[in-house]
Design a protein around this ligand. Structure first.
Ligand SMILES: [Zn+2]
Length: 466
């Protein structure tokens, strides 16, 4: 945090001394213009949208290895990095002990993310990776040349309608020194990102920064110390098969009136009440959650979705709350999250106005403390908070006592079959198990937000219990 604010002060000073007057071709020539670029290094990664409690800084992780490969002509980019836990609290899908590898990318409009340990590529939203490609030092110059944008005092701006806009500042050596961008974020709206490119070095005629620092929504997001740069290293490898599209849903009837809406990376559950539907989990954003809403209404015809809830405030789980609000549902969130959502829902959403902002409606938000029961007098859905879980404060589970069904977010994500006790137990799963015991919940079936529907035996193995 300290080194980042120091870096920002230094950059601001440098900019004040000499705005560039060059045109885009001069900038491109000064920077070199590789067709593709491979960059590797290490540093710090901050899990944006995964704060322990809403409003806290993004959790800091140690990025022990990072490599990135950009192909400007193909509009393709891939990343591959390994993280270990820095901050012990918060999300980011990094085990508290050991390391987590992330591989993902974009090619044109197709985004992907590899889910480990299974290693299959799943479809993922493309906007963030496209943003990262086109705000890179060479990416933004190429995009500006292709768009034939005009230079303005000390820089230039590119716009990708519905996705992001970005403004580059060029220094006295005609190198891109800072990019200020705004990207569409399903929770925050127009999210401000600032990226600083420092300590340029020459790599056979191609200039590239030795250090990249970034903030997202005003908080540290990324800090890379570059160790190797390879210009023109060839095209980006795109996975030969990419799993279901983000909006592809598969619906399984689990019990009478209980439907598991799965497919792609994040799932939901639709629960039938006498005269309405409860949608449990509203993932990613309008695209995924609207597909889940449609599937829920087909599975349970002629009833409105009256309530929608999310396991926790992390952006990948709560990004579809607004879609449910646009549908007319009352949102139920943990009491620690309400003020945050009310605050960010008032932000501008000019880049990609979502269904709620287009509707002109306001989200109606209710809360859960330790527990809340939703019932129609017959069906009972209990919502409980997991106490003392390191993943998130106000981390909720759903429980259907009559059906003995547990709905759980990131505390247990069975992708590969769990057939024995793992060598290292995950404290977040242990905490889930302890909470189930504390509450005396009798679970038979687990509906996880990530992974497969399983019997409780797999959770028992994963938690190291007998
Ligand atoms: Zn999470």
């Amino acid at each position: 945090m300290k080194s980042l604010s120091f870096a920002i002060a230094a950059v601001t000073l440098a900019l004040a001394t000499g705005p560039a007057r060059a045109d885009l071709e001069t900038i491109s020539k000064a920077m070199g213009a590789p067709d593709t670029l491979q960059v590797s290094g290490s540093g710090q990664f901050f899990s944006v949208g995964q704060a322990f409690r809403p409003g806290l800084p993004w959790p800091k992780q140690n990025m022990t290895r990072y490599s990135r490969h950009d192909d400007y002509g193909a509009g393709a980019s891939s990343v591959d990095y390994v993280l270990t836990r820095g901050d012990m609290l918060g999300g980011g899908a990094i085990p508290l002990i050991g390391e987590a590898r992330t591989t993902g990318g974009v090619s044109g409009e197709q985004g992907w993310q590899v889910a480990y340990p299974v290693g299959t590529a799943l479809a993922a939203p493309a906007t963030q990776r496209q943003h990262d490609l086109w705000i890179s030092p060479h990416g933004i110059v190429k995009a500006a040349i292709a768009d034939k944008v005009a230079m303005r005092e000390g820089g230039f701006e590119i716009v990708r309608p519905g996705k992001f806009r970005a403004r580059a500042t060029v220094n006295a050596e005609n190198l891109v020194e800072q990019v200020e961008s705004w990207i569409d974020n399903p929770v925050i709206g127009d999210m401000a990102v600032v990226t600083y490119y420092r300590d340029y070095k020459d790599h056979g005629g191609v200039k590239f920064p030795g250090r990249i620092l970034q903030t997202a929504a005003g908080l540290p997001a990324f800090d890379l110390v570059v160790s190797e740069v390879k210009p023109n290293a060839g095209p980006v490898a795109v996975p030969s098969t990419i799993g279901p599209a983000v909006a592809d849903v598969t619906v399984d009837k689990v019990a009478d009136g209980i439907f598991f809406i799965h497919g792609a990376s994040h799932h939901s559950v639709a629960i039938e009440m006498r005269d309405h539907i409860v949608l449990f989990e509203t993932p990613l954003g309008d695209g995924r959650t609207n597909a889940a809403i449609k599937a829920a209404k087909e599975a349970i015809p002629n009833k409105p979705i009256r309530f929608a809830t999310t396991t926790h405030h992390h952006f990948d789980h709560s990004g579809g709350l607004r879609a449910a609000a646009a549908e007319g549902a009352t949102l139920i969130v943990h009491e620690t999250a309400r003020a945050y959502f009310e605050d960010v829902y008032a932000n501008p959403r000019t880049l990609n106005p979502d269904a709620l902002s287009r509707s002109g409606k306001q989200a109606k938000i209710e809360t859960v403390g330790d527990m809340r029961v939703l019932t129609d007098g017959n069906r009972v859905l209990e919502i409980h908070v997991l106490k003392n879980n390191q993943h998130a404060d106000g981390f909720l589970i759903g429980y259907l006592p009559a059906e003995k069904i547990l709905i759980v977010g990131d505390a247990f994500s069975p992708r590969a079959p769990v057939t024995r006790r793992p060598a290292t137990l995950n404290p977040v799963t242990l905490n889930l198990w302890a909470n189930l015991n504390r509450l005396g919940l009798q679970v038979d079936t687990v509906l996880p937000i990530h992974g497969r529907m399983v019997k409780v035996e797999e959770l028992r193995f994963e938690a190291g219990a007998q």
